[in-house]
Ligand binder design. Structure first.
Ligand SMILES: *Cc1c(COP(=O)(O)O)cnc(C)c1O
Length: 391
């Protein structure tokens, strides 16, 4: 190399040698592409997900490590990561549906997903029938010859209804319809929808999987290799790719996912049961509480009930606003699944695009507060909630 000019030597950096050892942590391959000795290996890697790594939009070793880790936790054959949860969800919806197709989706549904389904209808004539998340009879009645996809969420936002995954996925299976489940709220620690008959699981890895409120990402996990290859081809064409550094942060967060989920669930149980007894609180919505419409289904399906709950204040909207401006430890912020406790007012933030009638039919009141419980000490959280309720 020393015969070359400094300009050239500065460009062509040496690779660090691995002299008989390998790194403990998954290395961050922050590179847009890969170098080949063999042009045939280069060409082969362009057309399939399991050839040589070629170009970052198609595949990357750090991103692949994340895909394999999540596929393993979910019990799938493979996964495709994306730059956000919506990137993964849209890759699946737009990759599988064609003009004239029909899908069945649950209501309630994450707002971004509902907006994409509306877009599919307006631009491509893909029609949708909405059914309750726990009504296989309604799902069966909604089937048409052109039905291609059933879309569910394990635990819905913000009232935490639980989907009847075995019942609903059985309807899809009998009809040859692809069942897609957004498992963001449960995480693979509480639920593995492929075990209940789903074909594809999607996540916003922005939430529990990464767990530290510092990175966006999404992933789709597949039960079937052919479906995986088809969606890999579509997603890489669309360019929904995850950046290697985002994959690296997500992998780092995922190593503590089981520990964090246990604490999220335990803290939520403490806050939810105590709030239910508080005179300023009308109702608490968490599937782990007797009286929640999904309580029995949740007890059959889930070992624990997640770290998100909502509650209604007796004083309605004014009380909700006072509560939210009075908390000191809990942070007023969107999103969920991070180590910090976050609260928001669905009627004016996450669900503001719903009409008054839609809010009412979703059970979201003017005084409903959603809490994404973090992993702080539960007594500190409770003390914060009590002082805020006193305002
Ligand atoms: C946040 C979220 C999404 C969207 O994920 P992004 O990473 O924000 O794109 C989809 N589904 C659910 C249930 C979510 O909570």
């Amino acid at each position: 190399m020393s015969s070359l000019h400094p300009d050239t030597r500065a460009v062509h950096l040496p690779q660090p040698p691995l002299n008989g050892s390998t790194p403990i942590a998954v290395p961050l391959y922050q590179t847009s592409g890969f170098v080949f000795d063999d042009p045939a290996v280069f060409a082969d890697g362009m057309g399939r997900p399991d050839g040589a790594f070629v170009y970052g939009r198609l595949s990357n070793p750090t991103v692949r490590a994340l895909e394999e880790a999540v596929a393993d936790l979910e019990g799938g054959v493979a996964a495709v990561a994306a730059g956000s949860g919506m990137g993964a969800i849209n890759s699946v919806l737009f990759g599988l549906l064609q003009p004239g197709d029909h899908l069945i989706a649950q209501r309630p549904l994450y707002g971004g997903t509902a907006a994409s389904i509306a877009d599919l209808g307006a631009r491509f004539g893909v029609s949708v029938t909405y059914v309750d998340q726990d009504d296989p009879v309604a799902a069966r009645e909604a089937l048409r010859p052109e039905t291609k996809l059933l879309y569910l969420e394990t635990i819905a936002n913000p009232m935490t209804q639980v989907a009847d995954l075995p019942g609903m996925c059985a309807v899809a299976r009998e009809a040859g319809v692809v069942a897609v489940v957004d498992n963001t709220f449960a995480s693979p620690i509480l639920c593995r929808p492929l075990e209940h008959g789903a074909d594809i699981v999607v996540h916003s890895t922005t939430k529990y999987l990464s767990g530290h409120s510092d990175v966006l990402g999404g992933i789709a996990v597949f039960a079937d290799d052919a479906l995986y290859r088809r969606l890999w081809a579509y997603s890489t064409k669309l360019g929904a790719t995850l950046d290697p550094f985002a994959a690296w942060l997500t992998l780092r967060g995922m190593q503590t996912l089981p520990l964090r989920m246990a604490r999220h669930c335990e803290n939520t149980r403490i806050l939810a049961t105590r709030l239910a007894e508080h005179p300023a609180v009308d109702a608490v919505h968490w599937p782990g509480m007797p009286g929640h419409p999904s309580y029995e289904l949740a007890a059959k399906l889930l070992p624990d009930f997640g770290g998100v709950f909502s509650f209604d204040l007796t004083g309605g909207r004014a009380s909700g606003e006072r509560f939210m401006s009075s908390v000191r430890l809990a942070l007023l912020a969107p999103s969920l699944g991070g180590v910090e406790t976050l609260i928001l007012h669905p009627a004016t933030t996450s669900h503001r695009s719903l009409t008054a009638a839609e809010l009412e039919s979703s059970g979201i009141g003017e005084g409903t507060v959603r809490v994404a419980v973090g992993i702080e000490h539960p007594e500190d959280l409770w003390a914060d909630f009590v002082q805020a309720l006193e305002h």
